[in-house]
Design a protein around this ligand. Structure first.
Ligand code: GMT
Length: 373
C-alpha cells in the first residue's frame, strides 16, 4: 500500500509511535510517506520505500500566527496525488485529522481513506477545550477509521466528545529485539558509584508529567538509600526541575541528560522507572522501560494500568501520592528478590505489546478500511 503518515516530528510519544510504525511498514514492503514540518526524530532508517515531505509554513506578515492546518492539507493533497496514496494515517487529532479531512475533500482520488490515531492529550486535555472541541469531534467522526492507543482512551473519546463511532483499540508497541537489557559495566561505572541504585525518568517535561513529583519521590528514596536519578528529555518544566534539584540539594545525585535518541543503554542501567503523570493514555516510556527489565511505578490514572500491572510489574498509585510512590520505590529497591521478580514480570508483560503483533493489527485494520465503502 502507499501510505501517508502525518505526525509530529518531536520526541513525543505520538511521533515516536508514528515513526516506528512507518519504518516497520516499510520493512514489510509498503511505501511510506512521512508528512511533517521537520524530519521525525527517530527516522534513522533510509530505505528506498521511505519518503519525507516537509510542510512549508508561510510567514506572510499579515498572519500573526503560523497557519499550519491549511499548509499541511495542501501538502497532503500534493503527496496523495503525486504518489497515489491509499491511506493518510493522521497521528494525534489536532490538527492532523482536520487537515487530512480537508485534503480528502479536495483530492481527485475519491478512494483515499483517512485513518486517525488518537494518542492522548488531543482527547483528554487540549482537545476538549471549547476552542478545539467541535472541530476535533467533527474530524474524528469524519475519519474513515479511528484507532485509540488504549481502551481507556477509546472510552474517554466516546465520553468527552459524545461520539457514536467505532473506535479500534490498537495499543502502542515495543520492539523487544531492540529494547532489552544490555549490560554495559563500563558505562555503568561512569554514571554513579556502584553501590547506588539508579532511578530513571524519561519525558518531555510538560506539566502533565509532574516532574516535581519525580524529584520529591527521589529525594525521599535518596535519604534512605544511596541512589542516583537520571532525567532524560527536555521541555517547558526543565527549569522548574533544576530549581527543585538545587533547593533539595540533590545536584550531586541527579543527572540531567537532555534529549537522547538511544534509550536502551540508559534503561539498561536502571533499577526503577518513575512515571507519576497527571494522566497518560498509555505511557510508551513505561513500556520501553519494562522491555529493558525495569520495574515501573506510575500513576493509576488513564491507560497506564493497561500497561503497568500493580504489584506484578511494578506498582501504581494515586496522582500526587508521594508517600505511596516512595513506599513502593523502597520496597522494590530494598528487596532484591522482589526486585528480580518484578524485572522478569515486566519483561513478560512487555511481550504482550510486541511490535510484530501490533504492526499486523495495523495492517489488518488498514485493509479493512481500504476495502470499506
Ligand atoms: O497526548 C500527548 O500528550 C502527546 C503524546 C505525545 O506525542 O507525546 O503522548 C501521548 O501519546 C503517547 C503515544 O501514544 C502515549 O504513550 C502517552 O501516554 C500520551 N500522553 C498522554 O496521554 C499525556
Amino acid at each position: 500500500m502507499n501510505i501517508g503518515i502525518v505526525c509530529y516530528p518531536t520526541y513525543g510519544g505520538s511521533g515516536i509511535v508514528a515513526t516506528e510504525l512507518g519504518m516497520e511498514l516499510a520493512n514489510r514492503g509498503h511505501k511510506i510517506h512521512f508528512i511533517s514540518y521537520a524530519l521525525p526524530k527517530r527516522l534513522y532508517q533510509v530505505t528506498s520505500n521511505i519518503f519525507f515531505h516537509e510542510v512549508e509554513i508561510s510567514n506572510y506578515p499579515l498572519f500573526e500566527f503560523p497557519l499550519y492546518t491549511p499548509s499541511l492539507a495542501s501538502k497532503i493533497i500534493e503527496v496523495a496525488e503525486t504518489h497515489n496514496l491509499d491511506i493518510v494515517h493522521a497521528h494525534y487529532a489536532i490538527p492532523h485529522a482536520t487537515s487530512a479531512y480537508l485534503a480528502k475533500q479536495i483530492v481527485k482520488n475519491k478512494n483515499l481513506k483517512i485513518i486517525t490515531t488518537l494518542h492522548g492529550t488531543d482527547i483528554t486535555l487540549v482537545g476538549v477545550e471549547p476552542y478545539f472541541l467541535p472541530v476535533v469531534k467533527f474530524s474524528i467522526e469524519n475519519s474513515d477509521g479511528v484507532t485509540a492507543v488504549s481502551k481507556f482512551l477509546k472510552d474517554k473519546t466516546i465520553e468527552n466528545f459524545n461520539i457514536n463511532k467505532e473506535i479500534e483499540v490498537i495499543p502502542n508497541f515495543v520492539d523487544t529485539n531492540k529494547y532489552f537489557r544490555k549490560n554495559n559495566p563500563e558505562l555503568r561505572k561512569t554514571i554513579a558509584p556502584l553501590k547506588n541504585k539508579i532511578v530513571v525518568h524519561i519525558s518531555n517535561f510538560r506539566a502533565v508529567k509532574r516532574i516535581q513529583d519525580v524529584i520529591t519521590i527521589f529525594k525521599n528514596i535518596n535519604s534512605k538509600i544511596p541512589s542516583t536519578l537520571i532525567l532524560v528529555g527536555d521541555g517547558p518544566d526543565k527549569l522548574i526541575a533544576k530549581e527543585l534539584i538545587n533547593k533539595l540539594n540533590l545536584e550531586k545525585d541527579v543527572i540531567l541528560l537532555g534529549k537522547q535518541s538511544d534509550l536502551t543503554d540508559i534503561l539498561s542501567m536502571a533499577d526503577l522507572f518513575l512515571l507519576p503523570s497527571q494522566i497518560e493514555s498509555f505511557g510508551l516510556a513505561a513500556l520501553e522501560a519494562m522491555s529493558c527489565g525495569v520495574p515501573v511505578i506510575a500513576s493509576n490514572s488513564g491507560g497506564i494500568s493497561e500497561v503497568v500491572l500493580h504489584n506484578i510489574t511494578g506498582f501504581t498509585a494515586n496522582v500526587g501520592d508521594i508517600e505511596n510512590f516512595t513506599k513502593y520505590s523502597l520496597q522494590i529497591l530494598e528487596n532484591e528478590s522482589l526486585h528480580q521478580k518484578f524485572i522478569l514480570a515486566a519483561q513478560e508483560q512487555a511481550k504482550h505489546f510486541e511490535m510484530d503483533k501490533i504492526i499486523k493489527h495495523y495492517e489488518d485494520y488498514y485493509l479493512k478500511i481500504v476495502n470499506s465503502n
